[in-house]
Design a protein around this ligand. Structure first.
Ligand code: ADP
Ligand code: MG
Length: 344
C-alpha cells in the first residue's frame, strides 16, 4: 500500500491515534487548526506549524522571494486566526541549496519581516540547513487567546448557519493562470496576487471569537469542500451548501466567463484562499451580521447550514440537489487540482 492509496487526511488520522490519547486536561492535540495548551487560569497557548516545499507549494522562478516570505508566515497566521487567537512568536526552519543567491534570501526575509511587523509577530528562533536541491521552509507560530474565546472545528451544531469570510476561488484561479501561462491583464494579475499574497482575516477572526453565537471556526486552506468535511467530522454532523450563494469576486466571475473556467469548481474545490468558515447560531445570525458589517464594512456570507445527517454533505444549486466531482486539496491524492498543483 502506498500513501497515495490512503490520502493525506487518513494518513494523519492513522498515525495520530496513539498521540491523541491520554492528553492532560485542557490540551487539544492533533486535529484542529492549532494545538491548544492551557497557559494560565484564563489563557491558552496555541501552536501551529506549516511547511512550504519547492515544486509542491511553489516554483522558485515563478514566485518572487518577498511573496514567498509573506506566504510562509501568512499560512500560519491563518491557522492562528482560525482558533480566534492572537499571534505572538515564530520559529523558522529553512533548508536551502548551497548555490542560492544571497539577494534571494534577503528578499525572502524582507517579505516575512514586513508581515511579521504588521501583526507584531517576533521571530525567536529556528534552524538552518543546506539541501541537495529543493528549498523548504517550515514555520511554527505561537499565539495566545482567552481559553473561553477559542473556537474549534468540533463545536458546530445542527441548525447553525454555515458562513464564509472572504471570497472563494481567487487563489486557485491565480494558480491556474500561472500554470497555464495566461496572458497577463489587470484581472489575471489580481488573481495571481491573491494566490501569492492571500489576505489573512485575523482581526475579523478575533472579533468572531468573542461572539458566543459563533460555534465552530476553521480556515479555508484546502477548499470548502474539504474544510467543511473537517468540521463535519469533528462535530459529528452533516451540512447543506448552496452553490449559488458562494461568495466569488467580480474579477473571478469575469475571468471564468472569458477563459471558460468552471466557477463552481474553483470556488468549491480551490484551496489557499485562507478565508474563514464559521458556523453560527441561526437565531443570532442577523443581529451579529449587522454588527460585523458596521465594524468591517462587509457582510458575512451565509452559504448553507449544518444538518443532523452525520457525514452527509449535500450541495444545492437554486434549491435543487446537485453533485460535485471535487475532492479538495489532498497532498497524496490524485485529483484535478492536485494534478495542476503537483504537476507544476
Ligand atoms: P491545517 O490545514 O489547518 O494546517 P492540516 O490539515 O495540515 O491542518 O493538519 C490537520 C491536523 O493534523 C492539525 O492538527 C495538524 O497539526 C496535524 N498534523 C498534520 N501533519 C502532522 C504531522 N506530520 N505530525 C503531527 N501532526 C500533524
Ligand atoms: Mg487550518
Amino acid at each position: 500500500m502506498k500513501i497515495s492509496d490512503l490520502g493525506e487526511f487518513n494518513l494523519i488520522e492513522k498515525f495520530s491515534q496513539r498521540f491523541v490519547q491520554h492528553l492532560d486536561p485542557g490540551i487539544v492535540g492533533i486535529g484542529d487548526d492549532c494545538a491548544v495548551i492551557p497557559w494560565s487560569k484564563n489563557e491558552s497557548l496555541v501552536v501551529t506549524t506549516d511547511a512550504l516545499v519547492e515544486d509542491i507549494h511553489f516554483i522558485k522562478n515563478l514566485i518572487n522571494p518577498q511573496d514567498l516570505g509573506y506566504k510562509s508566515l501568512a499560512v500560519n497566521l491563518s491557522d492562528i486566526a482560525a482558533m480566534g487567537a492572537i499571534p505572538t512568536y515564530a520559529f523558522l526552519s529553512l533548508a536551502l541549496p548551497k548555490n542560492i543567491e544571497m539577494k534571494w534570501v534577503d528578499l525572502f526575509f524582507e517579505g516575512l519581516g514586513d508581515l511579521a511587523d504588521e501583526f507584531n509577530v517576533m521571530l525567536l528562533g529556528g534552524d538552518t540547513t543546506s539541501s541537495k536541491q529543493a528549498i523548504m521552509m517550515s514555520l511554527t507560530l505561537l499565539g495566545r487567546a482567552l481559553t473561553d474565546d477559542l473556537k474549534f472545528r468540533s463545536s458546530a451544531k445542527s441548525g447553525d448557519k454555515v458562513c464564509v469570510v472572504g471570497n472563494l476561488g481567487d487563489s486557485a484561479a491565480g494558480l491556474k493562470a500561472i500554470v497555464e501561462k495566461k496572458d497577463l491583464n489587470d484581472d489575471i494579475n489580481d488573481l495571481i496576487k491573491k494566490h501569492y499574497r492571500p489576505r489573512i482575516y485575523l482581526r475579523e477572526a478575533q472579533w468572531l471569537a468573542k461572539q458566543k453565537s459563533v460555534h465552530a471556526m476553521i480556515d479555508i486552506s484546502d477548499g470548502i469542500n474539504s474544510d467543511i468535511k473537517h468540521v463535519m467530522k469533528k462535530s459529528n454532523c452533516g451540512s447543506l451548501i448552496c452553490l449559488d450563494q458562494l461568495p466569488t469576486s467580480e474579477v473571478l466571475k469575469r475571468t471564468c466567463i472569458q477563459s471558460n473556467w468552471n466557477l463552481n469548481e474553483l470556488a468549491v474545490d480551490g484551496g489557499e484562499d485562507y478565508g474563514l468558515l464559521i458556523t453560527v447560531d441561526s437565531a443570532d445570525f442577523s443581529e451579529m451580521n449587522t454588527h460585523y458589517k458596521n465594524i468591517f464594512g462587509k457582510s458575512l456570507h451565509p452559504i448553507g447550514q449544518v444538518t443532523g445527517q452525520v457525514g452527509e454533505l449535500e450541495y444545492q444549486m437554486n434549491g435543487s440537489r446537485c453533485h460535485l466531482k471535487g475532492t479538495g486539496f489532498d497532498h497524496f491524492a490524485i485529483g484535478k487540482l492536485n494534478e495542476v498543483k503537483n504537476g507544476r
